[in-house]
Design a protein around this ligand. Sequence first.
Ligand code: HEC
Length: 305
Amino acid sequence: MSATLAFATGGMLPQASSFAASVDQSFDLVTWFAVFLGVLVTGGLSLLLVGPRAPAAVQRRRLMQYGALAALLLVVGFFVQGARVWADMQVVPRGAFPIAVALEDKGWSFTYPNGFVTGELHLPIDRPVRFLFKGSERAYSFAIPAFRMQVPVALREDRVAWVQPTLAGEFDLRTSIDPRAETSIQVQVHAEGGFDKWYQDISGPDLTLPPIELGQKSYQMRGCTQCHTVDGSKLVGPSFKGFATRIHKLTDGTTVEPTDEYIKESVLDPQAKVVEGFEPVMPSFRGRLQDIEIAGLAAYIKSLQ
Ligand code: HEC
């Protein structure tokens, strides 16, 4: 990390994106420029004017000209460096992985190309990612300090930005407004291969399949088979065989109809109704399955005679 930024942040901020180093360089340049000006103006001039052997007028003028020239060169260097970083940030590389971002009342919402919507931000390492910020009824900013990334999103205006993470790990994502717990989250940058695995996992089955087929695919891909069967044999959980024509007795002595709502509740909130004779060990699939996939599961489960 740059020396000056390390000083400013207490050395806590890793350079976790491809922009980080050049942004830090610009930061250094500004800092050293300020230091230079400070030395020049306070030190140099006072020495020139009241030093023990103050130079003659001609020499003094020349010295001041050199000083001004050096300052000009620094300003130009600063401009070139800044413009380079800025230009780099404007041009989204082709093939960047697109993620749509919105800030809603309940916190961040990230929409991945497969249509999956979640409050978690997962990113691949060493691959460019393109963010599309959806403008809404309030302005907000999207800031990941470790990436040296800060994107202001104006009222009702969409905006695009990109970044290439270069370090795996978890990094803070914040917004300048409304710093509630839900808006300060951790961005997860997956190590090589980890992102593809995560993405495949959330991608699940093709959501355009007919409901029963979609449900069957989902049943296999989402790991329901670890605990359920379709042939009547019991595993950790009940078999789905004859689901629609069976009476479902619960641990509290009541019974429940085999409706779509019941299946949906079982998937999202498995402990709300626990089937008699089984342990309440089913994990919730909340946030992992879209409604259309749950509807497919219900259609499939009810179709099993
Ligand atoms: C770790 C094991 C486990 C996994 C994985 C699991 N379940 Fe379950 N499931 C259970 C257990 C145990 C029960 C019975 C206790 C209860 O009702 O919570 C159950 C109950 C159910 C019921 C109610 C069954 C009935 O006869 O009334 C449905 C519906 C259901 N699961 C659907 C699913 C679906 C769909 C998936 C995959 C997306 C899934 N489960 C994954 C363990 C699991």
